[in-house]
Design a binder for this molecule. Sequence first.
Ligand code: HEM
Length: 126
Amino acid sequence: DPNVTPYEEIGGAATIRKLVKAFYARVRKHPDLAPIFPGDWAETERKQYLFLTQFLGGPSLYSQEFGHPMLRARHLKFPVTPKRAEAWLSCMQSAMDDIQLKGDIREFIWQRLVQTAHHMVNTNND
Ligand code: HEM
């Protein structure tokens, strides 16, 4: 049904909450990713929850609080190398496994995240 958003299709707020929880549980243990995060994991997780909600067609929670996402600009102060982009995606893939997100909708969301992650790369110094 083209009128159902990806947000609704995966189960809305409850599913996004589970996904970001599973995702940051992995990121915070990842030796290449954890050191570049500010360390306030609850706030990082909250922002990602707000962002993914709107990214997947749910309510514009992120923009209501922070304005235009300008994701690439907001990542410039963090060294996002090609290696870190792959690490980020590998944590996301495992998080999708953890919550048993399956099927065409998983593939659709995954492709959008792959594109976005590659777009965030801002340095080549691994
Ligand atoms: C923020 C790393 C990709 C969405 C951040 C922060 C770091 C980071 C270190 C700061 C966290 C904080 O301020 O609490 C990375 C790395 C990536 C990546 C290494 C590898 C490619 C992505 C992707 C998305 C994304 C693909 C979206 C699907 C966000 C959002 C924030 C954020 C929404 C909060 C921005 C803000 O309001 O300041 N990221 N990120 N990131 N990231 Fe990423």
